[in-house]
Design a protein around this ligand. Structure first.
Ligand code: ATP
Length: 306
């Protein structure tokens, strides 16, 4: 009997690994939509991560030749600081995150992490350094435990629980009748937008990355949940270099630096206070959102010259 159990146990491990691998590909394809051919050069080395400083140096980028998406984008995120990017839909905000993850290569300029050009380090080491909280969290048809542990499958139960606690979702999970074994996803319990974001935050911090990217969900949450999520993000961001792709200005108030992106160019930059005092585009956007609520459309530039 024992002899039968050993191979079955082994098969169980293999099954689990295949499942993780498939889940991973599923998520990657979802994130990429269409995967471009970015290859490591033969002599690339692993990223030597130190403090997690990010630099975009005069970055130009286009997906298709005839249409520039980013032009001369130049900024630095100091280690441990938070940079938020705002701007109208299509301004190029999420593209910055895709370039940082090296889903695409820049057309001109360069992106550096701790002084190393992304094109000169292995993609595996780069992606291990960055945790992403995406706009739409993919939930697998599996237990809530599996869905969280997915951030780092080899993590211990205690680590998973601690990250759930940091993301303020542990109490919710443990209040469910089946607790951590609750099935979620299309065929299980449907999580609310806020709960899904917390799962994504827990996954991202479980990965223990030096750098965090929050691509804020475009769909609005009720204001109580939104504030609670923002509080969680602020706590989690404290020990990481953080890039926030923001769709609501309320998210960015405490950022160390805010970039206002318009038609792929940095139009203004500064802290919330400095940008309000400057009385420019950001101040106008802020006024509008104060008057009409967080879902007020961000004013779009008169003509799109791209
Ligand atoms: P939103 O606030 O709506 O999420 P965004 O500022 O994040 O917008 P991006 O997603 O960075 O904007 O897109 C910038 C521009 O690049 C858009 O005009 C978009 O249509 C275009 N774009 C995005 N992805 C691709 C792609 N894979 N191929 C071609 N064009 C793309």
């Amino acid at each position: 009997m024992l002899q039968l159990f050993i191979p079955l146990g082994f098969l169980g491990i293999v099954y689990r690994q295949i499942k993780y691998a498939l889940a991973d590909m599923d998520l990657v394809f979802k994130l990429l939509e269409r995967r471009p051919e970015i290859q490591d050069a033969p002599d690339t080395k692993a990223l030597r991560l130190r403090d997690g400083e990010i630099r975009f140096e005069h970055v130009d980028f286009h997906y298709q030749h005839e249409r520039a998406i980013l032009q001369d984008v130049d900024f630095r995120i100091a280690p441990g600081q938070t940079l938020a990017v705002v701007g109208h839909s299509g301004a190029g905000k999420s593209t910055l995150a895709r370039l940082l993850f090296r889903f695409y290569d820049v057309t001109a300029g360069r992106i550096l992490i701790d002084g190393q050009d992304l094109r000169e380090v292995t993609q595996e080491s780069l992606r291990a350094a960055i945790g992403i909280v995406p706009q739409d969290t993919v939930l697998f048809n599996d237990t809530i435990y599996y869905n969280l542990a997915y951030g780092r499958p080899e993590a211990t139960r205690a680590e998973v629980e601690r990250c759930a606690e940091m993301a303020h979702i542990r109490t919710f999970i443990e209040s469910l009748p089946d607790g951590w074994d609750t099935m979620v996803g299309e065929r299980g319990l449907k999580l609310s937008g806020g709960e899904k974001q917390r799962v994504a935050i827990a996954r991202a911090i479980l990965k223990q990355p030096r750098i965090l990217v929050f691509d804020e969900a475009t769909s609005s949450l009720d204001s109580h949940t939104e504030q609670a999520i923002q509080q969680t993000l602020a706590e989690v961001a404290e020990n990481h270099t953080t890039l926030v792709i923001a769709h609501r200005l309320s998210t960015v108030v405490d950022a160390d630096l805010i970039l206002v992106l318009e038609q792929g160019r940095i139009r203004e930059q500064g802290t919330h206070r400095a940008l309000l005092e400057a009385g420019g585009h950001y101040a106008a956007m802020w006024d509008l959102q104060q008057r009409e609520g967080p879902d007020a459309p961000v004013p779009v530039a008169a003509t799109d010259t791209r």
